[in-house]
Design a protein. Structure first.
Length: 64
């Protein structure tokens, strides 16, 4: 996974954060992300779909 994250970081433009669909499934309640297509990444046999994180959602506060 570290290699995949590094490869996506290499593809990202300034200020852009690219993540995989798998990571997005784990954090979709906390972030807003838009699909940006598939990337041919070194060391991966198939194109990797990626999403661009465009916003972090505010945490909902719960009262105790």
């Amino acid at each position: 996974m570290t290699n995949l994250a590094a490869r996506l970081a290499d593809e990202a433009k300034g200020g852009q954060v690219l993540i995989t669909q798998r990571l997005y499934a784990e954090v979709e309640d906390q972030v807003e992300a838009l699909p940006v297509g598939e990337y041919e990444l070194k060391g991966f046999g198939r194109p990797v779909p990626a999403l661009d994180v465009v916003a972090i959602r505010e945490a909902e506060l719960t009262e105790a």
